[in-house]
Design a protein around this ligand. Sequence first.
Ligand code: SF4
Ligand code: SF4
Length: 300
Amino acid sequence: MVNGLIFDIKRYAVHDGPGIRTTVFLKGCPLRCWWCHNPEGISQEKSLMFFEYKCMRCKTCAGICPSGAISFENGVHYIDRSRCNNCGLCSEACPTEALRHAGQTITVEELLKEIEKDVLLYDNSGGGVTFSGGEPLMQHEFLEEALVECKKRDIHTALDTSGYAPERIFSSVVDYVDVFLYDLKLADEEEHRKYTGVSNNLIKENLRMLAGRGRGRDVILRFPVIPGITDTQKNVDGLVEFISTLKGINEIDLLPFHDISEKYCRLGIEYKMPVRQAPPQQKLMQIKERFETIGLYVKV
Ligand code: SF4
Ligand code: SF4
């Protein structure tokens, strides 16, 4: 049995696949999308978050930190993350939870206990469990074991994935997944590298593989609408061209950008997005209509 590292379990989720679901967020992602909405899921280790509004400047954390990573200057709380070794002492000692570590080690057995609490809800709503992240395939052994246990219990499973994993790893979970929530971001490889840090070749190959195995009907594509980056006519046309070569896929969800710069501040990581505004409704409608031209059902 392999342990997993998760950073959240969201109950009563209604946007992560069919019915009412429990979404499990796994740590670790090989992509570095500029707009990532779950930056606390990127690192494969626990992530220290600082919620300034909760801090009462008691300095307990500075006193307990063995690395001298926390200091105060003129009443301002500083974390020198280059000195932090993630020992967790500060977040354990903080009386107000102003410091919190995102990341919890969990066994498959413990996770299944959490998932099973809502079995009645899944049965009544046609829901189930969704594995998200981060990129869940970064912890593929844990993911596979958890999926197998879900299937033994007849629990519906969804995988929210970037599709970025070696084909051997991707294939190892395919038979235990009922629905794939599959991200498609940028059609052009160079653009994909620029804005996500990786090529899109594997992502396209794994999607072709799914469609080739007759699983296209189990795929719901997800398209993050990122102003000035993914929402261009050229990119949408490129994706339309690619998707139209795949058999069986008939749904795409548009995920409009929203500003989450504050989360990046809490984690002490750079937020690269040059814009902060959500895409206008008119732009979403234009994109919707373009995807509809190849027969896709488009959810906004
Ligand atoms: S222990 Fe918590 S409340 Fe006290 S100074 Fe540190 S972060 Fe702020
Ligand atoms: S996690 Fe440990 S090393 Fe890092 S700031 Fe907190 S107490 Fe210091």
